[in-house]
Design a protein around this ligand. Structure first.
Ligand code: PLP
Length: 441
């Protein structure tokens, strides 16, 4: 039996031979193996270790292999591993209770899904059925998942080869560093983005618009923390035209921003909240929609025409209950806030002040983006080749990164210790200084 580096090589060969991977040309897959992990660290079969500054796809908020969550899954498996969604089940009811305890005011019920995309899919469906309208307004700088309506609501490049759903309209959201509105202050950016949103809705015909769908903080698009007052302004526009406001908290939710939900830091009351990822750190696939009392009531006497075989799957529900209880008990959300405030925020600001490649850093909690530019004045993004160089140097240094376009997203688990956070920042600063010194950006 193979071990160590030989086993890693065998796993890569077998995987690349038979597994068709997401979002990739299959002839150009990376050969990175993860055999195990604990907390903020992962390792391969050879025993090489990496600090996980990606949280995988920004989902392992509670870190790898949290013992209480692993045990809860084991325990649930010994009692009941699966059950139809139509039955009442104790673990599912407890999961809904735990989620609603952290939900914004006015939320009444939870519809469970298998992940984030189908949470978006069903929130759009609820908004359409509730309003009797069709169109969904979302932003170009967004990612909402890889299914029918979710991928077309998505603004980024992944939408374009998949545009088979109807009724989707896109707008630009606020992003001062690369303003679409010639804004030079946060207030200008906010006000002009709101004006643009309202004008698009007016031009589309407000009575045809079912929903405004926004990531509370657009994540994959660059951790674009909205200006103070922006989301409250969106709420006002939604109210003015009878439009449902859906907030996508799939990436930003459950501790990532240093609060339970990202929306807790903004003055906004959504009608529907889509969640997944951090709700149970992806230990068992799960997602869902928090539903306001008003929208829930739409389906009191009328059939909700939606469902999934694994909606409220007991193993996923047990993982949710255990994850949220452990996060509460161990102060994990507070830890994310503290690490962001005391270590990542100041550390990244120092990096921006000293490294010429860094155009801007922004974020909150354990949710940050470092935007790399070849020229700080023109803000020209660094090339794809430079990003590939940054990524491979980080991996070689023992730092597992999340890279998107010209950015490194600094998104470790919410359980990361201040020491680990400093260690990761040192590795990142070292690599970016080597790349700057190489002068190829
Ligand atoms: N919404 C947001 C904001 C996301 O970041 C993602 C995934 O990255 C999704 C939706 C889709 O979630 P899933 O991949 O679980 O379908």
């Amino acid at each position: 039996t193979l071990q160590g580096a030989a086993l890693d090589a065998r796993v890569v060969a077998a995987d690349h031979d038979r597994v068709l991977h997401s979002w990739s040309a299959q002839a150009h897959l990376p050969d990175f193996v993860v055999a195990g992990g604990l907390g903020s660290t992962v390792w391969n079969h050879e025993g090489r270790r990496w600090l996980d500054f990606s949280s995988q796809l920004v989902n392992t908020n509670i870190g790898h292999q949290h013992p209480a969550v692993v045990e809860a899954i084991r325990e649930q498996a010994s009692v009941l591993t699966t059950i139809a969604p139509s039955t009442a089940n104790r673990t599912r009811a407890e999961a809904a209770e735990r989620i609603l305890a952290r939900a914004p005011e006015g939320m009444r019920k939870v519809f469970f899904t298998n992940g984030g995309a189908d949470a978006i899919e069903n929130s759009i469906r609820m908004a359409r059925l509730h309003t009797g309208r069709d169109k969904v307004v979302s932003t170009y700088r967004s990612y909402h998942g890889n299914t029918g309506a979710a991928v077309v609501a998505t603004g980024d490049w992944r939408r374009i080869p998949n545009e088979f759903a109807r009724g989707h309209v896109h707008v630009f959201g606020p992003y001062l560093y690369r303003s679409e509105f010639w804004a030079t202050t946060v207030e200008e950016e906010r006000d002009r983005a709101l004006h643009h949103l309202e004008r698009v809705i007016q031009a589309e015909g407000p009575t045809s618009v079912a929903a405004i769908l926004l990531e509370t903080i657009p994540g994959t698009a660059g951790v674009l923390v909205p200006p103070p007052g922006y989301l409250a302004g969106v709420r006002e526009i939604a109210d003015r035209y009878g439009i449902v406001l859906i907030l996508d908290e799939v990436m930003a939710g459950f501790g990532r921003t240093g609060s339970w939900l990202a929306l807790d830091q903004h003055d906004v009351r959504p009608d529907l909240v889509a969640f997944a990822k951090g709700v149970n750190s992806g230990y068992v696939p799960a997602g869902g929609v928090m539903v306001s009392a008003e929208i829930a009531a739409t389906f009191d006497e009328r059939v909700f025409p939606g469902g999934l075989t694994y909606s409220g799957h007991p193993l996923a529900m047990a993982a949710i209950v255990a994850t949220l209880d452990a996060m509460e008990r161990e102060g994990i959300v507070e830890n994310a806030a503290r690490v962001g405030r005391d270590v990542l925020g100041p550390g990244l600001a120092a990096l921006a002040a000293t490294n010429p490649l860094v155009g801007e850093v922004r974020g909150t909690g354990v949710f940050w983006a470092v935007e790399l530019v070849s020229d700080r004045d023109t803000r020209e993004p660094v090339s794809a080749a430079t990003m590939a160089d940054v990524k491979s140097r980080l991996l070689a240094a023992g730092y597992l990164p999340f890279v998107a376009e010209n950015r490194v997203h600094v998104v470790p688990p919410c359980v990361i210790t201040p020491d680990e956070a400093r260690q990761g920042l040192d590795l990142l600063a070292g690599v970016l200084s080597d790349v700057a010194a190489a002068g190829t950006a």
